[in-house]
Design a protein around this ligand. Structure first.
Ligand code: PGA
Length: 257
């Protein structure tokens, strides 16, 4: 089954709302129908820029989707500082990143927390991008597959098989994030394939065939085409290179490189 590639730019804690508007305008300037037909293109700014970008996308009818970097699992209540999935859905957010390694390692999100977020995102009509991946140390100890299997099994616990199409997995080896080190295309392909086999265990086999598995970790214009040529890789979750309009647009135009 053909899976539509998903190219998403995770801006992390960069860009105020004015810079965010400028960046989206510049990205849009470089892209045309051919790019939008070929892949789904999504920007994932900080919460404070979501409203401005939503307005820009709707006003200019841009074919760019909107994502959020995280959310809390409760819909409302006394949770100072938290952002609810209901609030995100109201801003036409389509994707929410769940369990990014920075959330896991800096903010202490564990598998149960991540699973609650995944289910909350789904039950509010949005799509989770569930991030999975091993650290350098875990890879050296031969535990890469075990870690990815655990992130997937626990992350997707309780997700109904018929919601599988709405789930995206991002395989992001922690040692490749923001380091300039990329997994080789064949290693990335192998791990994305492994991730898919684990999805088949949790959900059902058909679901695994339609779920998109992205690769993330130092994706750049120079390596994206080779990564995207791998059969198990259905897109990229891009950090650093998504902050430069030229670079992110070049990544979205990988099929022309
Ligand atoms: P990077 O980040 O592209 O800067 O390595 C990827 C990510 O954290 O999603």
């Amino acid at each position: 089954m053909a899976r539509m590639p998903l190219l998403a730019g995770n801006w992390k804690m960069h860009k105020d709302h004015l810079e965010a508007i400028q960046l989206v305008q510049q990205i849009a300037y470089h892209l045309d129908e051919q790019d939008y037909d070929r892949s789904e293109i999504v920007v994932i700014p900080p919460f404070t820029a979501l409203r401005s970008i939503q307005t820009l996308i709707e006003g200019d009818r841009l074919a760019i989707g909107l994502g959020a970097q995280d959310c809390y699992h409760e819909e409302s209540g006394a949770f100072t500082g938290a952002i609810s999935p209901v609030m995100l859905a109201k801003l036409a957010v389509r994707y929410v990143v769940c369990g990014h390694s920075e959330r896991r390692h800096v903010f202490g999100d564990d598998d149960q927390t991540v699973n609650r977020k995944v289910r909350a995102v789904l039950s509010n009509g949005m799509r989770p991008i569930l991030c999975v991946g091993e650290t350098d140390e875990e890879r050296e100890q031969g535990q890469a597959e075990e870690v990815v299997a655990r992130h997937i099994t626990r992350g997707l616990e309780g997700v109904a098989g018929d919601r599988a199409d709405d789930v995206v997995i991002a395989y992001e080896p922690v040692w490749a994030i923001g380091t300039g080190k990329t997994a080789t295309p064949s290693d990335a392909n192998e791990m994305c394939g492994f991730a898919r086999s684990q999805i088949a265990d949790v959900l059902d086999g058909d679901a695994a065939g339609s779920i998109r598995v992205q690769y993330g970790g130092s994706v750049k214009p120079g390596n994206v085409a080779e990564l995207m040529a791998q059969p198990e890789i259905d897109g990229a979750l891009v950090g650093g290179a998504s902050l430069q309009a030229d670079d992110f647009a070049a990544i979205c135009r990988y099929h022309r490189l």
